[in-house]
Design a protein around this ligand. Structure first.
Ligand SMILES: NC(=O)c1ccc[n+]([C@@H]2O[C@H](COP(=O)([O-])OP(=O)(O)OC[C@H]3O[C@@H](n4cnc5c(N)ncnc54)[C@H](O)[C@@H]3O)[C@@H](O)[C@H]2O)c1
Length: 398
């Protein structure tokens, strides 16, 4: 099948290359010309284990191509996946759907034969309805179907997650696209993935509800960790003891810094905003957001206490600054609030991260990067306090 991924970021690039590896012809499109030029030279713009090898293999055998020409790419494809960003609106809490609707407008001008238009991006309930309205302005309804196929991959394990997903959710209101997509995903279904067909709105909400639930699980164990500190109990014993109950499960049940990343923070806010629109109070998710914001403050307080509130000129080393292991993604990482706060109080901060230097700390006073773990071990001898952040845990965030 001829597929087009619009947006070649963490989701678009990973799912595009995996679809090509399954035998489909895939065009990955991005409006960022630099990104496309890098990919054409065989350079991968993001850090994701195993991605580089898979891109090079499929690019060489010509099943995977890269382009910044959206119109031609759409015209040449049968199935189009929208994989652009849906960040939080500036100054608000709802999802900013500008990128989604811009793509929908571009799509409406380039439908030359029947196309399945799929949102892989995380989008609020009824976004599919809106995309359908935009497309209907310029095209007859038998020329396209709008489907929701939320993506559940985790950065750092994205290729494995795409190839061996727990479930594939297809939200479509028509039988034809469901049949075609079940066929597209058949290699993964035959390896054991559950295939769930729902209404389009249900698929949109499954994604947000799943992320809100996982964020709740992390926040719950972080709050229990606060209690453990006061009662001199090892939180890891609690995580293991709870996780052995199959109804609870051990994943996403390890205490750590506040959850971060490109999904949980924005998706928890966005589901509340959607619920508000439909006059429903998601009080549990609201308190999860509040508790998570508090988590970074609690950890900072702990550092202040350990150093008797004398932070000035204290040497603090961070091992890992991304929001979790095996990714270079800095979006909403706890380190972004903790490092500036410590620097403001006069601490001398060094950090090492396996994925390299971070421009986010360029303008923060007294922050320096150690470029290899051996050097950082020497620096550690000179360190007052060592702080392990999410990059050295496996679970936090999505
Ligand atoms: N990152 C994750 O782990 C993850 C997991 C599941 C779902 N999601 C969801 O998937 C979506 C994409 O996330 P991401 O992390 O891949 O984002 P990203 O920022 O890494 O990539 C988005 C890409 O879309 C491109 N783009 C924007 N407008 C475009 C246009 N008009 N034409 C072509 N390209 C365009 C951008 O240049 C960018 O490269 C979001 O809705 C996110 O919530 C992300």
């Amino acid at each position: 099948m001829k597929l087009c991924m619009i947006g070649t970021g963490y989701v678009g690039l990973v799912s595009g290359v995996c679809f090509s590896d399954l035998g489909n012809d895939v065009i990955c499109v991005d409006k960022d010309i630099n990104k496309i030029n890098l990919l054409k030279k065989g350079k991968i713009p993001i850090y994701e284990p195993g991605l580089s090898e898979l891109v090079l293999k499929n690019y060489k055998n010509k099943r995977l191509t890269f382009s910044s020409d959206l119109k031609t790419s759409i015209k040449n494809s049968d199935i189009i996946f929208i994989c652009v960003g849906t960040p939080t609106k500036k100054g608000g809490s709802s999802a900013d759907l500008t990128q989604i609707y811009n793509v929908a407008k571009e799509l409406s001008l380039s439908i030359n034969r029947f196309k399945i238009i799929i949102t892989k991006s995380t989008v609020p309930v009824t976004t599919g309805d809106e995309i359908e309205k935009i497309l209907s302005k310029k095209n007859s309804k038998n020329k396209f179907a709008v489907v929701s196929n939320p993506e559940f991959l985790r950065e750092g394990e994205a290729i494995r997650d795409f190839t061996y997903p727990d479930r594939i959710v297809i939200g479509s209101n028509d039988k034809k696209s469901n049949r075609i997509l079940k066929n597209l995903y058949s290699p993964l279904i035959s390896k054991g993935a559950q295939y769930l067909h729902t209404s389009r709105r249900a698929a949109e909400l499954i994604k947000y509800s799943s992320n809100a639930f996982l964020a709740t699980k992390i926040t719950f164990i972080n709050e229990i960790a606060n209690l453990c500190e006061k009662t001199e109990i090892n939180i890891e014993d609690i995580s293991i003891g709870m996780g052995l109950d199959k109804r609870i499960g051990s994943r996403f049940l390890r205490a750590g810094p506040a959850y971060g990343g490109s999904c949980f923070p924005k998706d928890t806010k966005a589901i509340i905003s959607t619920a508000d629109k439909f006059k429903t109070n998601l009080s549990v998710v609201k308190s999860v957001i509040k508790s998570n914001e508090n988590r970074s403050k609690i950890l900072l307080d702990r550092i202040y206490q350990m150093l008797n509130k004398k932070i000035k000129n204290k040497k603090i080393t961070f091992l890992g600054v991304t929001f979790k292991a095996n990714t270079d993604d800095m979006r909403d990482s706890s380190s972004l609030s903790m490092i500036p706060a410590l620097s403001k109080k006069g601490a001398i901060i060094r950090y090492f991260d396996p994925t390299g230097y971070k421009k986010e700390f360029e303008k923060i006073k007294n922050v320096s990067f150690i470029n290899n773990i051996k050097k950082s071990l020497i620096v550690l001898e000179n360190t007052t306090l060592l702080f392990f952040i999410n990059s050295f845990f496996n679970q936090v965030g999505s």
